[in-house]
Design a protein around this ligand. Structure first.
Ligand code: MG
Ligand code: MG
Length: 259
């Protein structure tokens, strides 16, 4: 259960997977206009994953029910959907926020990234939720460096979101990533006693998927009967951004920003 540090060569392999994820998310953004269905976006992502010679990490992701994996290529989570939204005939409308999460494995290495796309004329407070959540992700990226403990970073993330009047979802956390999508350690976007007891000291070669989820209202979430779709308990909007980043000698290197 130890943390697998990556060599510089392995980090470069992960960047190649990360570039594929970035290209897919860019294409999804292009398509994300009123009238398009989430299934159309998902099918385009499926075609791109195949054309890149990659493997989608979400499709058929196992659940506790045998034989029933996750049904989509992407997680597409609209408005009050926090994460793990399933693509379907839902049409994107003006004013929606559309969270799209994409993970692929290429030549054995994984990349994982998510964006929240603002469609047309989004309400001011919802726009601010997205800005704050994106800023929370970048605050983490700017503050990662070897020798620092993750709780210091998480405290900055939580503090920024809460001072801006947003809540931080507690039910999902970021994660180590490498040859598997989910590796040790867990990297929460908030500070709890459990993290302080088992704090992670950041080290060069750690690769982490950092993914803050913030809500406009309550931090509490509910899971629908499909076993996947997670919504805010009060129906208010939720935003999610994610990058895969490698800890370097003096900071961190984002592997899913298309560079
Ligand atoms: Mg993801
Ligand atoms: Mg992730």
């Amino acid at each position: 259960m130890g943390i697998k540090l990556k060599t510089l060569e392995e980090v470069e392999q992960m960047r190649i997977a990360g570039r594929v994820v970035h290209r897919i998310l860019r294409q999804c953004r292009e398509m994300c206009h009123p009238g398009v269905t989430t299934l159309e976006i998902d099918e385009e992502a499926g075609r791109m994953i195949e054309a890149e010679g990659a493997r989608g990490l979400f499709k058929n992701y196992p659940t506790y029910k045998p034989g029933e994996g996750f049904p989509s290529n992407l997680c597409i989570s609209v408005n009050d959907c926090v994460v793990h939204g399933i693509a379907g005939d839902l049409k994107v409308r003006d004013g929606d926020i559309v969270g799209i999460d994409c993970g692929v494995q290429l030549a054995g290495w994984c990349g994982d990234s998510a964006v929240t796309i603002l469609v047309g004329d989004v309400e001011r407070e919802t726009r601010r939720l997205c800005e704050v959540t994106l800023r929370v992700l970048h605050l983490a990226i700017e503050n990662i460096r070897p020798g620092r403990s993750w709780s210091q970073v998480a405290r900055l993330m939580q503090g920024y979101a809460e001072r801006a009047g947003m809540s931080v979802v507690r039910d999902f956390v970021g994660h180590g990533i490498g040859q598997e999508m989910h590796e040790a350690p867990k990297v929460p976007n908030f500070v709890v006693r459990d993290l302080l007891r088992n704090d992670i000291v950041l080290r060069e070669g750690m690769v982490l998927a950092i993914e803050p989820m913030c809500n406009l209202g309550t931090k509490d979430v509910v899971t629908e009967n499909d076993g996947w779709t997670v919504r805010t308990a009060d129906g208010k909007p939720s935003a999610h951004y994610e990058h895969t980043v490698a800890v370097t000698a003096d900071g961190c290197d984002v592997l899913t920003d298309g560079r």
